[in-house]
Design a protein around this ligand. Sequence first.
Ligand code: ADP
Length: 583
Amino acid sequence: MLASLSVLEIVLRVISPWALAIVVDHALGGAALTGVVADGLHMLGLGTARKDILVVFVGLGLGMQLVHQLVVMLHGRVSVSVGQILIRDLREKQFGHVQALTLRHHARTPTGDAVQRLQADTRCIEQLVLRGLFPIVFSFLTLAVMFGVLVTIDVPLALLALAIVPPLYVWLRFYARRMAPNADHARTTDSRLSSRLYECLSAIRLIKSHAREDHEQARFARVAGDAAQAWIHVGRQGTVFAIVNGVLTVIGSSAILFVGGLGVLDGRISVGTLLLVLTYVGFVYGPLSAIAHTTNDLQHAFSSARRVRAVFATIPENADAPDAIPAAGLRGEVRFEDVSFAYGDGPPVLDRVSLTASPGEVIALVGPSGAGKTTLASMLLRFYEARSGRIEIDGVPLDHYQLRSLRQQIAIVLQDALMLSGTVRENLRYGLLAATDQEIERAARAAHAHDFILELPAGYDTELGEAGAGLSGGQRQRLSIARAFLKNAPILILDEPTAALDTISEQQVVEAVHALWSGRTTFVVAHRLSTVRTATRILVMDHGKIVAMGTHDELRQTSLLYRQLCAQLAEPGDESRRVSTTG
Ligand code: ADP
């Protein structure tokens, strides 16, 4: 569609100036009209008097111009849709890829940068295809056709018209090389700007509570200033580029006017033909400068494309082995065997950890902050891969399961209960997309969330703002527990909420948690004495090692570290002693 419209556009361009040439030579100049054109007029029953020629060819010229405009409009419309579809597809593909990237990658990449790449840089595909590839092909095609026609009119003029191409090409190459690093730099400053913005907005509480608005304002101004400077530089380069282009084409047109003018004075060509040649030369220079301008746009698009490509070049989470099996209906027996792990090149965070949890067992993890409790739990979800040793569920190594099905079998409830924008119901349904309203309500009741949900302005249909704004910490916790109920996974990872909750909330959360973990293999990073007392087994961790294991009573006899930790653990409602062991 786009290609045929383009061809139609070229054809109309080639034939429409003929009307002008005929009007000038035959209607105004008075030269006799002969040949096919005269025969055509006679066949249509029209005369070849000067006035007749004026009327017919001005009308014809007008008609062709109108059709030309129509084609240009259609062309524009089709390009816009094609461009947007290309962008949409690239964005979808990139979003999919970004979601599949490892947590480690996400932890290292500023959100603003990732958003910039997904939102702004993906537009490069439209520019590359519709403002790059397509116009260049179109321009060269026009150039070839115009040159072909010019050659039939006057060979020296045709060659003269083409003489501008080599200097223009050399200039283009020079410019593109100078421009690329600056375009890249401008894109990077943009990305820094969004990153700054995202960081500040997500830490707005911190900023306000420290009254650091002015400080942040100054930091923001610096980054915004850098971006402005980079774009000013790019813009300036662009204007120099456009001017040199303009000068080159003006020199070319003047040379043709001069040589063509000499031809008219010698009587070698008519005025109409010179006009025709000049119009064609305009058409030839049009595409040439379009190519030149496209090169300018293309530099930006290439720079974006490099950023998009870098995203796709980042390797996603380990793909499933071809013979990986789906993890379904697991019993929940978990075994760690000599598992060691470190983040990047850092010190070991887990050091030859071995343990076996039977189905339904509740294992409390205690230990000083930084001991590796959270890391141990994350290993089960394969957020990170062990350096050595093996982790098995129901006797099958983790990497023999299909990753996503494995994660379906593990529910997590974290201290910071995350909510997405949407209604309460939608947030709960995140645990089980196919859940019915009855199932959702049952889960909410089990999590002691039903009553407070009913008190919300629209009950289950209350919109939660981003990050669950409008709910208390305890309420968000209970929603997150309800979500875990719906997921109904055989394995559960819990990071107990601590100081964030008031006493009543906390009691309800504790009850909800106990209901949730019954019958599931549970790893709970414990912050309460009541939790460690109820757990079937307690692992005491220190510096990445399991230093003691047993029940509360056993460990109180045998482990000094445990006794010290217990002294710090909070009792529900015990305000004075509610101290987090993870800090
Ligand atoms: P705990 O839950 O017992 O407080 P963590 O498992 O959170 O301990 O952390 C164990 C160690 O690993 C700490 O020294 C911490 O600094 C480090 N650590 C945790 N997460 C990361 C990470 N994403 N990148 C690098 N180091 C980390």
